[in-house]
Design a protein around this ligand. Structure first.
Ligand code: MLT
Length: 327
């Protein structure tokens, strides 16, 4: 009896040892996947995560849960994701802000935006749009004059010190020559809510999350911080056309996995992103939000890794020059 039991054990061990990496990839996923969004629900990072989560659920055949873990410009959620097991079941929807600005703005974090993650792939990019309360002047010139004339009263909302919504407006404010009160939130969605009720006067947010309110006429879009106008925002000038060339900011949102995630899982997830963003429904959704799926040359994990490293350098320099600090 003991003998037969031992043979059984040896056979199972032999089968387990013979499972190839390919078989491992085939076995993944076999339980729900969580995508951590390091900002509040309803903002740009969250919107992109939910579009791809829906596609993943159908293409990978497992439930994909979006979990919002906001705080400290995304670094709370980033830290949580970096500490998760590197097994492909916890991923991070990393916005350009948290992933590229945090090494400079939050240098003492226990995890690192590059060293603690493996890049998976870019999901979408969208430009920052300067949006203002609907009662404020509708041209850039008049808006800037209004902010200057009302110094001390103006409130500029953002998604936290070190978010794109923060840095884009810091750079614009300095070009405008104004110093409004800077009001940080846990994402741009709650900042937008306060703009709708009158506490926040203006916001630099991605087109993805402002589009609904702009189209409804609840807020006014003054300029798109992109080299080209956005087809989704006809009539809204580029920031250069509005008088401030060099203030462009187009934000990527990409999936990252905790460092050490098996390469075959990264490959599978990267293929699922490509399938997801090429799907007609996602294309339409992104286009209606002024967002874009990555071009062919930017789709691989390696391309994301290169872009990410370049952006840590590029934005690090801009942040140091602008003197942006947590306190
Ligand atoms: C930002 O960097 O401003 C964030 O992506 C905003 C958000 O997702 O709420």
């Amino acid at each position: 009896m003991i003998h037969r039991f031992m043979i059984g054990l040896v056979t199972s061990a032999a089968i387990a040892c013979s499972i190839s990496p390919q078989a491992h990839a085939q076995a993944y996923p076999n339980k729900p996947i969580t995508i951590i969004v390091p900002f509040a629900a309803g903002g740009p990072t969250d919107i992109v995560a939910r579009v791809i989560a829906e596609r993943f659920t159908s293409s990978l055949g497992e439930r994909v849960i979006v979990e919002n873990a906001p705080g400290a410009a995304g670094t709370t959620g980033m830290t949580r994701a970096a500490r998760a097991p590197a097994d492909g079941y916890t991923l991070l929807m990393g916005p350009m802000s948290t992933m590229s600005f945090s090494p400079t703005i939050y240098p003492n974090l226990p995890v690192h935006a590059i060293k603690s993650f493996d890049p998976v792939g870019i999901v979408a990019s969208a430009p920052i749009v300067l949006v203002v309360q609907k009662g404020l002047p509708g041209t850039m010139k008049d808006f800037v004059a209004h902010v200057k004339a009302n110094a001390g009263k103006m409130q500029n909302g953002n998604a936290g010190i070190g978010s794109t919504s923060h840095l884009a407006c810091v750079l614009l404010n300095s070009r405008f020559g104004v110093k409004p009160a800077i009001v940080p939130y846990k994402g741009t969605a709650p900042a937008m809510q306060d703009m709708l009720t009158g506490q926040v006067h203006y916001l630099c947010d991605q087109s993805t999350s402002v589009m609904g309110q702009v189209k409804a006429g609840a807020v006014r879009a003054l300029a798109v911080l992109a080299p080209e106008p956005s087809p989704a925002l006809p009539g809204v000038p580029t920031i250069a056309k509005a008088g401030y060339p060099g203030a462009e900011m187009v934000v990527w949102n990409a999936l990252f996995a905790p460092k050490g995630t098996p390469a075959d899982i990264i490959k599978q997830l990267n293929a699922a992103i490509a399938k997801g963003v090429d799907d007609g429904a996602s294309r339409e959704r992104f286009a209606s939000l002024g967002a874009e799926a990555p071009s062919a040359d930017l789709r691989s994990p390696q391309a994301l890794g290169k872009l990410h490293a370049a952006d840590v350098e590029k934005w690090g320099k801009i942040i140091r020059e602008a003197g942006v600090k947590i306190n």
